[in-house]
Ligand binder design. Structure first.
Ligand SMILES: [Zn+2]
Length: 167
């Protein structure tokens, strides 16, 4: 299964859940949800929304605790972010890393972005950073992708644990 297909799954899920509004980009679909108590919830898998960033569980994770951190704005070019948004994006990634460390007690974390389709970005026009826990001896997530990995934890259970430790 290609990353494009994984992301297509993301899109259809969110297009169908954002009533009355069609979004080609799943991150924009989430960003368009009302910014109230319903947004950060188990049903949306949103962990955090700030004035300029969004952090969500990856619906098609490489493993438990796989988060995506993105600017609210639909922008694909890292170099075109304002300094303010770039700083907020890094702060959001630090909060994601802290929560992943606390919840999963992992030995390492993959944190990074695929910039452009050639680099493997499934949604090249909306910048997003991946953050996921790693352990010595686990399989390389970039080579196995989702075909053979078993995610031992339901997304909702992961959301509950991460949300409880978020600060
Ligand atoms: Zn977007």
């Amino acid at each position: 299964m290609s990353l494009d297909r994984l992301w297509a799954g993301w899109r259809s899920k969110y297009v169908s859940t954002v009533a009355g509004k069609q979004h080609d980009c799943f991150l924009c679909a989430i960003a368009a949800l009302p910014d109230d108590a319903r947004l950060v919830s188990e049903s949306t898998l949103v962990l955090e929304r700030t004035a300029s960033t969004l952090t969500v569980m990856n619906l098609f994770p490489y493993g438990s605790g796989h988060l995506l951190v993105a600017p609210l704005e639909h922008i694909g070019d890292l170099t075109k972010l304002t300094d303010e948004v770039a700083v907020e994006l890094m702060r959001a990634q630090r909060r994601a890393v802290r929560a992943i460390q606390q919840v999963y007690g992992c030995e390492g974390i993959n944190l990074g972005a695929n910039l452009g389709q050639a680099a493997g970005a499934g949604v090249p026009n909306h910048l997003h950073f991946h953050a996921l826990p790693r352990w010595v001896g686990d399989t390389n997530f970039m080579t196995t992708v989702a075909e053979t990995r078993v995610v031992p934890e339901a997304l909702e259970a992961g959301w509950q644990k991460l949300h409880a430790s978020w600060r």
